[in-house]
Design a protein around this ligand. Structure first.
Ligand code: TUI
Length: 312
């Protein structure tokens, strides 16, 4: 399974686990890294102390490479940016913005920076700033989504940059991985599939909602706020959608409606008032497995399909 991504990052399989706020903690990330992928701790909106504690916990569970994801809209982004440099985290991925102002400090600390980009323009920009690779994430993904979908985005980003491209959004099994490689990606990032990993510590209600979802059970809300988010349909997301069409509702009121909703889903399992972020592949997920079973199963299937086309 050696290719440019696995050798660049020192991992066995060219797969990243998505940095999902309130989901991707030391338990999930260390299990993914121990299974041969790149486990990633998500900082979301959490303060630096939380992230530092998760990094320490992860380092007790694995000596394999790992990453930290920084959600750039977080009010704590600056302090976490400093923390990852201090901690000499091997890999940093970013989302929901451009990381250029942090790049110099991270590169000097020897960090491999891999931003998520939703367009070719941003891919070029982060390449110029020194990114090691980019994650091209299509709108099939869960959480914050861009305009383009994976099938159109990935080959255009591959053509736009000289650094390796990791495909994300809509990939749930070996078929998706094989397709991503055919689009020119050298690696993949999966988030939703890891929601139901045995080592994933989210509330069981969250897992059950993903396991029970069918193809059309996700919805995108928040376009009016400028940061659209894909989540599973439930009373919360349906009400959010109604609010968006309600012209008497202010943007401030809509923002306030969403505050704390992801925590209510992941920690409390609140099926009514939680925001259960998940991607369109939720409909394909029907069992809980360990990270090792997930990763080896996906790559056995992909390799069968590609018949050796990973090499390169
Ligand atoms: O970041 C994600 N997924 C996320 S972040 C998140 S937390 C959140 N909660 C509520 C509202 C907004 C965020 C949940 N899921 N994926 C990576 C990603 N990054 N997708 C798209 C982008 C992106 C978007 C704009 C990257 C750069 C960008 O630049 C815009 C700019 O002008 O800075």
């Amino acid at each position: 399974m050696i290719n440019s991504i696995s050798s660049l990052f020192g991992i066995r399989y060219p797969i990243f686990q998505g940095g999902m706020a309130w989901v991707s903690d030391a338990s999930l990330a260390s299990a993914v890294s121990n299974a041969g992928g790149l486990g990633i701790i998500a900082s979301g909106n959490a303060p630096a102390d939380y992230v530092r504690a998760e990094i320490r916990k992860l380092r007790e569970k694995t000596d394999k490479p790992f990453g930290v994801n920084i959600m750039l809209m977080s009010p704590h982004a600056d302090e976490i940016a400093r923390l990852v440099a201090e901690e000499r985290v091997p890999v940093v991925t970013t989302g929901a913005g451009l990381p250029n102002k942090y790049m110099k400090e991270w590169l000097e600390a020897g960090i491999k920076v891999v931003p998520v980009v939703p367009s070719t323009g941003m891919a070029r920009m982060v390449e110029r700033a020194g990114a090691f690779a980019v994650i091209a994430e299509g709108g099939e993904s869960g959480g914050h989504v861009g305009e383009l979908n994976t099938m159109a985005l990935v080959p255009q980003v591959v053509d736009a940059v000289n650094i390796p491209v990791i495909a994300a959004g809509g990939i749930g099994d070996g078929r998706g991985v094989a397709a991503a490689f055919m689009l020119g990606a050298k690696g993949v990032q999966l988030g939703t599939r890891f929601l139901v990993a045995k080592e994933c510590t989210i509330h069981q209600n969250y897992k059950n909602k993903v396991l029970g979802a069918k193809d059309i059970d996700t919805i995108v809300t928040g376009r009016r706020l400028g940061h659209p988010v894909r989540s599973l349909k439930n009373p919360f997301s349906r009400q959010f959608q109604k609010n968006e069409y309600d012209s008497t509702m202010t943007l401030k009121e809509m923002e306030a409606f969403g505050v704390g909703a992801l925590r209510r889903a992941a920690v409390e399992g609140d099926e009514k008032n939680g925001c259960f972020m998940a991607g369109q592949i939720s409909g394909m997920i029907n069992r809980e497995q360990t990270c090792e079973e997930i990763i080896t199963g996906i790559f056995e299937q992909a390799e069968r399909l590609l018949n050796g086309a990973f090499n390169g």
